[in-house]
Design a protein around this ligand. Structure first.
Ligand code: HEC
Length: 146
């Protein structure tokens, strides 16, 4: 049976509405997919306050920082050479789940927890707190590892 023009009209109106809905959903969802991590975004203002010339965080600098040794330890000492791998605490041998969100989605979702561990681990490795630039670089690297 051929479609009556009326039915066709309803059909077209429905599909164009659905099409709009699909577009609207995509418009909202796509930026969320590519959006940077909110905890990382939170380090931008402090980084700018530390250094007016601050432009962006660098995954390459973060990778260097991850592997750089302080007096005795590096971040890699406990978190292993790869943020994708499960680590072990250098002195207590306690298991440490992977740092990279691609291997462990719970990572870098809780700003207070991230800040707490940056404080503690930076002090262990560098005997000082990390700068916002160092934290952001570190995160940019760990977030980029797939
Ligand atoms: C002496 C061992 C040790 C070293 C060295 C170490 N960490 Fe950690 N790190 C831990 C432990 C233990 C935890 C908490 C347990 C966990 O979350 O799996 C942790 C967790 C973290 C977290 C929390 C991430 C999240 O969202 O859960 C961050 C960030 C972090 N470390 C950064 C660093 C950085 C940066 C360095 C190098 C400056 C470093 N760590 C060096 C042991 C270490």
């Amino acid at each position: 049976m051929p479609l009556a023009p009326h039915t066709l009209g309803i059909f077209m109106r429905l599909t164009s509405k659905t099409g709009l809905t699909v577009l609207a959903v995509l418009a909202v969802a796509l930026p969320l997919c590519v959006a940077a991590n909110p905890v990382l975004e939170g380090y931008r203002a402090p980084a700018k306050a530390e250094n007016a010339a601050f432009k962006d965080f660098s995954a390459a600098a973060g990778q260097k920082f991850y592997n750089a040794k302080g007096a005795t330890l590096s971040c890699a000492s406990c978190h292993t050479d790869s943020p994708l791998a499960a680590g072990k605490h250098a002195s207590t041998s306690k298991d440490i789940p992977p740092l990279a969100p691609s291997a462990n989605p719970k990572r870098f979702t809780d700003a207070a927890n991230v800040e707490r561990w940056f404080k503690r681990n930076c002090n262990d490795v560098l005997k000082r707190v990390c700068t916002a630039q160092e934290k952001g670089d570190f995160m940019a690297y760990v977030l980029s590892v797939k």
